[in-house]
Design a protein around this ligand. Structure first.
Ligand code: F6R
Length: 261
């Protein structure tokens, strides 16, 4: 796990954008795993700018989103279909037929989840997975207690997550109870994971994920077992880490052959 702490979320998002751009330039037909929510918004703006100004090409890429609410119309302003359209897809040249987002309106959820897993496999697996972190430590919508081997399936949100996400809805009661989410086993098969977490509200979940024991009680901690996980933080989300100064020193003193970002 490489922990990269930058002073601001914007600077950390720039590092994330350069990593995604490098991935796409090295492998134009990359399979990207995408997250929604406040955390990756700046990253998507930066990628859209790289597309506009530097010709960063998404035309051969395939994307898989982590999750979607169950029984929420994809045209609802808080659906993740809408989020992706507004924040990313409408600003880059990704082909719509290469975009995959779980369908929360589907009648047969189990069959849909199995076919989502199959589609990821048939695409060759996820090369780079972008992740946010819940204030309760969730990854995707794998809430605390999720099986560490879980695959794409339906999950019930915790009340804490429903409260956290109420800001995207007109009120807390409107937040669905259920979601379809990639599993922790699915996420762990990605070749590279980029976890982004910003702000004081994430500090405890970051510390538990990065420095705590690996436990299903903190799904983010499973990334300690991932061979290629980078954790991008701002000063506030890093504020409860006991080894923050060490991580900063590692990043500032990287050997020149590693400082390609
Ligand atoms: C969203 C997702 C979630 C969020 C997490 C943080 O697709 O999978 O795990 O990344 O809830 O949300 P924000 O970024 O809104 O704080």
């Amino acid at each position: 796990m490489e922990v990269i702490i930058l002073p601001t979320a914007s600077e950390a998002s720039e590092v994330a954008a350069r990593l995604v751009a490098r991935q796409l330039r090295e492998k134009p037909n990359s399979v990207l795993g995408l997250a929604t929510g406040s955390t990756p918004s700046r990253l998507y703006q930066l990628l859209a700018r790289m597309h506009r100004e530097d010709g960063l090409d998404f035309s051969k890429a395939t994307t898989f989103n982590l999750d979607e609410y169950v029984n929420l119309d994809p045209n609802h302003p808080a659906s993740y279909h809408q989020f992706m359209e507004e924040n990313f897809f409408s600003h880059v040249n990704v082909r719509r037929e290469s975009v995959h987002i779980p369908d929360g309106m589907v009648a047969d959820v189990r069959a849909h989840c199995a076919s989502y897993e199959r589609a990821i496999r048939e695409a060759g697996g996820i090369d780079l997975q972008i992740l946010g972190l819940g204030s309760d430590g969730h990854l995707g919508f794998n809430e605390p207690g999720s099986s560490l081997a879980s695959r794409t399936r339906i999950k019930t949100l915790t009340e804490r997550t429903r409260t956290d996400n109420a800001r995207f809805f007109t009120g807390a009661q409107e937040v669905p109870h259920h979601v379809i989410t990639m599993g922790l086993g699915t996420i762990m098969e990605s070749r590279m994971c980029l976890l982004l977490a910003f702000g004081k509200a994430k500090a405890e979940a970051v510390a538990a994920s990065v420095e705590g024991p690996v436990t299903a009680s903190v799904p983010g901690s499973l990334l300690q077992f991932h061979p290629q996980a980078k954790v991008l933080l701002d000063a506030e989300s890093a504020s409860s880490l006991t080894r923050a100064e060490y991580y900063r020193g590692v990043y500032q003193n990287k050997p020149s052959w590693q400082t390609d970002l």
